[in-house]
Design a protein around this ligand. Sequence first.
Ligand code: CAA
Length: 380
Amino acid sequence: MDFSLTEEHLMIQEAARDFARAELLPGVIERDEKQEFPKDQVKQMGELGFLGMMVDPKYGGGGMDTLSYVIAMEEISKIDASASVVMSVNNSLVCWGLEAYGTEEQKEKYLTKLASGESIGAFCLSEPEAGSDATSQKTTAFEKDDHYVLNGTKNWITNGSTADFYLVIAQTHPELKHKGINAFIIEKGWEGFEIGAKEQKLGIRGSDTHSLMFTDVKVPKENRIGEDGFGFKFAMKVLAGGRIGIAAQALGIAAGAYELAKEYSKVRKSFGTEICNHQAIAFKLADMHTQIEAARMLVYKAAKDKDNKENYDLSGAMAKLYASQVAMDTTIEAVQIHGGNGYVKEYHVERLMRDAKITQIYEGTSEIQKIVISRAVLKD
Ligand code: CAA
């Protein structure tokens, strides 16, 4: 497979890198410490077109391919994974889900605002008792006259308080199990919709993660996405693409930590020489470089599969599984190379190490990716 980048890809890479260095790097340590959402920077990301990169320009998006999106995700994640998760959820889950399966009216009303960054989206599948086991939805949406009545609680929702529009998965026909599930578009401010407390997190602390409570929320029928009972398939299809975005985030976290460790090893001296001259450090850098390159190939392959309209369930799951492991391994080594300095905030690598962990958990844990991968390979 040819992974060479076009002029356009290189321009996007440079634009994302410049933005991350100029706008995200200043203040990233403080935002992490205070759990502060990068509000102004997310607004800028919208203005620069990073929040609706793949959406058709007729709905206000950038009309770019998935490869462009993962390239930008990598660059932004090198600096600030809290900002890149906002970008990932908005692009891959919310915008893509609406563009692929929404009605023309839903696209006009919601997608145009989400693609331009005027509004932010959230994807609400996880529940207190339905994380990995996503078919066990307890949130219900029963039909009543011309609307649905939504009741339940969602957990660990990215963009929980900053979103304007929420894609909410709920059970409508419990007797049909996963075939009775639906997906709905909910607006912030609707009666009965409450935003719960903000989670105090280990990593991606700048992103706002909340529980959400729905009590007798009236949802117009035209806000259901797809046919009655399409909700679980919708969630699975959206997550299959989302995993490519999170794989790119993991790749960026790994590459960011590696670049910092490499530079540090060229200036820090011990035993009379720069530490990169010790094989103990040089071999670590060799392993990190190799693993990151392999992860990048998997991420690009999954993105290209999606662009070529081939099945990307398997390649996306493999990219996420591997890149998130590389993110974890690489950031731990980056801290080690920095020694004592790696353990303090100003060198950034301890934050990247904390940020890396979530890539093995959200949008399907590593174990979920192994279920997806093993089922696909055993099917043949
Ligand atoms: N595309 C289309 N359909 C799919 C699909 C896909 N990728 N994957 C599954 N389906 C369909 C199946 O074909 C099946 O349909 P039929 O019954 O009509 O044949 C149906 O969905 C049920 O599939 P399974 O029998 O495989 O279901 P399962 O209970 O065994 O679960 C699973 C499969 C892969 C474990 C799934 O539950 C899963 O992915 N769980 C993890 C959920 C997850 O990723 N949660 C993350 C939360 S979102 C988040 O983190 C966002 C954020 O804020 C950052």
